[in-house]
Design a protein around this ligand. Structure first.
Ligand code: SF4
Length: 257
């Protein structure tokens, strides 16, 4: 038995407990993650969730959201059916309706708006959860609207588009070959890009770290050679000033530009 098999076997409860462990996955965040979950079931009820040790994505770990899957499934105010507003907007009055009624209502409204104002008058927007996004995107384009957006529109996709527009490719920071690191408004100390360990390594090898952040973060107070504690909302001004000084002194890399 391998070490992993032993650890998996140790998790299986005895027959007399009435507990079964079912393999599932967490769908709270991105499909790229979908961490493997061991769901402990007793009398048809989920009593506990743990990360699946052999899952290639999470190797037995779950984030706090994943550990809270039981509360996610059973929370009392969880919405189980579509709800139709019956009071005035903002009054908070809704009644439960069937999925068929909801589909009919949505179709009637969408088709009516498209006929009156054109397809582009409807914007389709998705929140963070990603598993259904491509279906919504297809629906938006089939409907005829170019207005499809997600939370990524002001997050990863926006930064990707900026990279593509500026440099023609999606670049990744070359941390190993850089000797001056600028952490601009990033919670890097706790992130996977520049976590506390990586931070320590780069300071140990003599690299300099500049932190631009209004907050006194662990990285700013413990590691930064320079902490620019700007007022919130003045990032653009600082960037413009730095660019101005670079251009004034002729320090720009014209080949790169
Ligand atoms: S456990 Fe956390 S990281 Fe993994 S899928 Fe669930 S919410 Fe996402």
């Amino acid at each position: 038995m391998t070490e992993l098999e032993k650890r998996i076997a140790a998790k299986i409860p005895g027959e007399d407990t009435g507990i079964e462990v079912k393999q599932s996955f967490c769908s709270i965040c991105a499909p790229g993650f979908h961490c493997g979950v061991d769901a402990y079931i007793k009398d048809g009820k989920l009593i506990k969730t743990e990360g699946t040790l052999a899952h290639p994505q999470n190797h037995g770990l779950l984030c706090t959201k994943g550990c809270s899957n039981r509360s996610f499934v059973y929370r009392e105010d969880r919405i189980h059916t579509p709800l139709k507003r019956v009071g005035e907007r903002g009054e908070g009055k809704f009644e439960a309706i069937s999925w068929e009624e909801a589909y009919d209502l949505i179709a009637e409204k969408l088709l009516g708006i498209r006929e009156k104002y054109g397809a582009n008058s409807v914007a389709f927007f998705s929140g963070y959860q990603k598993w259904y996004r491509f279906l919504l995107e297809r629906f938006a384009y089939d409907f005829g609207s170019i207005n499809f957006g997600t939370e990524s529109s002001c997050c990863f996709t926006a930064s990707k588009m900026a990279w593509m527009t500026m440099t023609g490719k999606m670049a990744k920071a070359d941390m190993k070959n850089s000797h001056l690191h600028v952490a601009w408004g990033g919670g890097n100390h706790h992130s996977r890009y520049l976590n506390a360990k990586a931070e320590e390594e780069l300071v140990e090898r003599g690299d300099k770290l500049i932190v631009v952040d209004p907050r006194n973060t662990p990285m700013a107070t413990r590691r930064a050679a320079l902490h620019l504690r700007i007022k919130p909302g003045t990032d653009g001004l600082l960037a413009n000033c730095i660019a101005g000084i670079i251009i004034k002194n002729g320090w720009q890399d014209m080949d790169y530009i």
